[in-house]
Design a binder for this molecule. Structure first.
Ligand code: NAI
Ligand code: MG
Length: 356
């Protein structure tokens, strides 16, 4: 039997609620499958640790995670700690330290879930957004001078490297090639941003030559929001910068019904380091502790994790169980249901156990 070492970092807000749900479903899958086991180690890193020690995680945090096969992550963010501290104190050091440069965000409308778009249902919206996850606008390059004085300046420099853009473009073309439509949309803002974004377009054209069977087109990011809303069927695989894809994928999640169903995987495609799997949403202070957080995004990212670990059959079983439970309208309030997190989780575990 294969054993996978999983580091669970539930962290803040609804993170612990959805990670607990995800671990229950993963446990049901491992028992059902019989061919693998997950050895889960829990880490209590996050804002509470910050309040007590001044750091979100220990100084050797990433070194501790290094030996794991994957990281299963909840959310960071607390009302009383500034967001840039929580994000840069935990999530980004893991993404950047482990060079998880491909952030993969599938979106589809699950059966039973109603999209805010009229006349759009399951099958009409089936996208994967690939977000460059290591550089661009979130490279951390910038600074502030003359703090608090009238002449204060703040810079936030977007860094695009040929290596960084080429590798994410190759990843996106490969992913597009693996999907039935073999169609990629490259998003930039190369009219107004005429250096890094023009290089991005040029590299897309270069990489495209190695993928003659993939059709591709280009969009400016502002027009892309319109196309996503007006013509969702015209899109399949999408690649964009760190900032652009961050925004577009929240829109995608909302169009698919709720942020609570949107998953993401932070992948090191070369497998030098553990990859990290998490729901897209944050710590959702407004519903923390109420027992109504939607666990579907976390189930879906758990399926991405199983795929990455080399357990595609278990991943597909997870998604079949989630789709069955959604189709039966066992859903949390964010997608129009009345079920609790635990009720949805129990239903998914039962569907996993009951499947032939
Ligand atoms: P959020 O994603 O936490 O919440 C936005 C809205 O969506 C809220 O109304 C929330 O109740 C709802 N929502 C989110 N997840 C849900 C779920 N699973 N089930 C039902 N409803 C759900 O984003 P917000 O409010 O902008 O940020 C809150 C905190 O989370 C901030 O501190 C922010 O920095 C942090 N954050 C952390 C992220 C991460 O850890 N990757 C990502 C986004 C935000
Ligand atoms: Mg975001």
């Amino acid at each position: 039997m294969k054993h996978y070492k999983i580091a669970a970092i539930p962290a803040d807000g609804i993170g612990p609620e959805v990670i607990a749900a995800g671990l229950q479903a993963l446990d049901a899958l491992a028992r059902r499958d019989g061919g693998f086991a997950l050895d889960v180690t829990q880490f209590d890193w996050g804002s509470e640790r910050y309040r007590q020690t001044g750091a979100m995680m220990p100084a050797d945090g990433t070194a501790q995670l290094r030996a794991f096969d994957a990281i299963f992550f909840g959310a960071v963010g607390a009302p009383d700690v500034p967001d840039h501290i929580t994000l840069w104190g935990l999530r980004l050091p893991i993404c950047q330290g482990f060079d998880q440069y491909a952030n993969v965000r599938p979106t589809r409308i699950l059966p039973g879930i109603v999209s805010p778009l009229a006349n759009i249902g399951p099958g009409d919206l089936d996208w994967v957004i690939v977000r460059e996850n290591s550089e661009g606008e979130y490279s951390g390059h910038g600074g502030r001078a003359h703090k608090g004085l009238p002449e204060e300046v703040g810079t936030e420099v977007a860094i695009f490297t040929r290596v960084g853009v080429t590798r994410i473009m190759r990843y996106a073309f490969q992913l597009a090639q693996s999907r039935p439509r073999k169609f990629l949309t490259v998003v930039t803002k190369s009219n107004a941003q005429r250096f890094g974004m023009v290089m991005w377009d040029e590299i897309a054209a270069e990489v495209a030559q190695d993928f003659p069977d993939v059709t591709w087109d280009k969009m400016l990011v502002d027009a892309m929001t319109v196309r996503m809303v007006k013509n969702p069927r015209s899109l399949d695989t999408i690649v964009a910068t760190n900032l652009h894809a961050d925004i577009l994928s929240d829109l995608a999640g909302a169009l698919a019904g709720s942020l609570g169903v949107a998953p993401t995987a932070n992948i090191d495609p070369e497998r030098r380091y553990p990859s990290m799997f998490e729901p897209i949403h944050g710590s959702a202070f407004d519903i923390t502790g109420k027992g109504i957080a939607n666990p579907v995004a976390t189930f879906w990212t758990a399926a991405q994790m199983l795929d990455h670990l080399g357990e595609p059959a278990a991943a597909q079983r997870m998604m079949r169980a989630v789709e069955k439970v959604c189709a039966e309208s066992v859903m949390t309030p964010d997608v129009g249901g009345t079920a609790t997190t635990q009720e949805v989780t129990d239903a998914v575990c039962e569907a996993i156990r009951a499947e032939n």
